[in-house]
Each structure stands twice: as C-alpha cells, then as structure tokens.
Design a protein around this ligand. Structure first.
Ligand SMILES: [Zn+2]
Length: 141
C-alpha cells in the first residue's frame, strides 16, 4: 500500500511540474478559419486568439488536434491574445479524461518523434499524432 502510493507520486510529479512551471495556461476547443487567426473557445464561451511559432501554428491547425480538448502554456499579451511558448518548450497539450498529454508526432517505421505535424524527415511517411505522458519526455521513445 505504502509502496504503491509512493510510486504513484513519482509518476505524477513531473506532469504537475511541467504544468505548473509558472506558465499561464489556456484550455478549450480550437477554432480555425482559413487564413484567419486560430482561436480557442473556452468552456465559458470566450474566444481567445492564439499566437505561436510556425511549428506551434501547424499543430493548432492539425484536424486531429482540433477534435481534442486542447491546452497550451505561454503568456497573455492582452486580455484576448495568448502567446504560446516556443515549440521546444513543449507547451501544447491534449486533455483526455483527467490526463494531460503533451502533443507529439511519431513515425513508427523510423522510430522518430517530432513536435509538429507533417511527413517524417526520414521515410517521408505522414507521422501519427501521438499524445503522451509528459513524464516520458526525457526517456527513450
Ligand atoms: Zn519515418
């Protein structure tokens, strides 16, 4: 009993650390319009404009991500404008049930993981959306 509790804490601490880190977060559903900005509709119906680097924007426009409950970390630029942290800071998440998963893309053939959608740099196959536990991020694939 004690041992199980201990390992559960070990397992969940890194997630909390990543989410906390002093970064602001926004949560909701992504809304995209062709050419227009990407917006996030919060649970109380507010629309927030999201900005980020090129890779981040590619994730925001990924139809597989748009279907999900989305969360991002970054900073508020103004009350309606949220700047998402650069892609290397791993600021893009999906929430499934109670779990916060970092958005990654995976090529099964080459075992290559990336953080933006598109073709695998090695075999040129389309990578698969592979959201996973942020605690895994510092370990092998
Ligand atoms: Zn590949």
């Amino acid at each position: 009993m004690t041992r199980r509790r201990f390992s559960a804490i070990l397992l969940f601490t890194p997630v909390a650390a990543i989410a906390a880190e002093g970064r602001a977060t926004v949560t909701g559903r992504l809304q995209t319009s062709t050419g227009g900005p990407v917006q996030l509709k919060t649970q109380d119906g507010k629309l927030i404009t999201l900005e980020g680097d090129i890779s981040t924007t590619a994730v925001l426009r990924d139809p597989r991500v748009i279907r999900e409950h989305f969360e991002a970390a970054g900073e508020w630029k103004s009350p309606g404008l949220f700047l998402i942290d650069p892609i290397h800071r791993k600021a893009l998440f999906i929430r499934r049930n109670a779990e916060l998963l970092v958005i990654t893309y995976w090529c099964e053939i080459c075992a290559i993981r990336t953080y933006a959608p598109g073709r695998c740099q090695c075999c040129q196959d389309e990578t698969a959306l592979d959201p996973r536990d942020p605690a895994l991020e510092n370990t092998a694939p």
